[in-house]
Design a protein around this ligand. Structure first.
Ligand SMILES: [Zn+2]
Length: 244
């Protein structure tokens, strides 16, 4: 299973970049995880849109769905060109009317994901855990080829995530805020909390995403290392992690 990071920012993209998102690849199947601003442009450096197989959304805040509309237009064009013959599946939860907008005529099709139900998307097997965030949001456990990734999506600390993520190989955690903002900014994790989650779940490596536009992002790594003894790094667009 190969992970290619497309964007690293929370809230909005920085200059020439994208919001937090990544592309997963296994057995030739391409799954896009979250689709915020800048993502549709970035993903084309790694896969032709005609070969993109599915997209999954953690929740419906703009920094995770801003490019869904243009993704739908891309699928319309690819279908009309004869490059695609089936509706492009976009997975998301149904706790919001936004779900209905994932289906666009014959070009894209909304498919439901939910807690307690495993979704099999190509070679990927996914299960979900509700996070603590102002919008209903799902963390994802993604398994393929004997490897497991845990993606927190957007959340503040929740003990359930430790149980949910236990023994994953890789933790892709949001780290939206610095330690000094703890308790002031709700719905997100500090670098320190991301490290604590990595330690308690016993993952082999920690990757920090959904980063702030201000401050020194490397401080988030230092914070994480205080609670976690394994390798930690900030994600960057184009960074590839090949799990074997
Ligand atoms: Zn977000």
């Amino acid at each position: 299973m190969k992970i290619t990071f497309l964007g690293k920012y929370g809230g909005y993209p920085g200059k020439d970049s994208a919001t937090s998102s990544f592309l997963l690849e296994s057995n030739g199947f391409h799954l896009l995880v979250d689709c915020g601003s800048g993502v549709l442009s970035k993903v084309q450096s790694y896969v032709d849109l005609k070969d993109l197989d599915a997209c999954i959304l953690s929740h419906y805040h703009h920094d995770h769905i801003a490019d869904v509309g243009v993704l739908q237009y891309a699928m319309l064009v690819e279908t009309k060109l004869g490059n695609r013959t089936k509706p492009f599946p976009i997975y998301g939860h149904k706790r919001d009317a936004k779900f209905d907008e994932l289906t666009n005529d014959i070009y894209t099709e909304g498919r439901e994901i939910s807690v307690g139900k495993t979704s099999n998307i190509g070679p990927f097997s996914l299960s979900f855990c509700e996070t603590i965030h102002p919008a209903y949001c799902l963390a994802m456990k993604i398994q393929a080829s004997g490897q497991t990734i845990l993606y927190t999506a957007d959340t503040e600390w929740k003990d359930d995530l430790v149980v949910f993520a236990k023994n994953a190989d890789v933790l892709i955690s949001e780290a939206s805020i610095y330690k000094e903002q703890f308790g002031i900014v709700k719905g997100h994790l500090t670098g320190e909390e991301a490290g604590k989650l990595a330690e308690q779940t016993g993952v082999k490596q920690l990757l920090l995403t959904h980063l702030p536009h201000y401050g020194e992002q490397e401080k988030l790594v230092e914070e994480a290392k205080q609670g976690y003894s394994g390798p930690v790094q900030l994600v960057n667009p184009g960074m590839v992690i090949d799990l074997k």
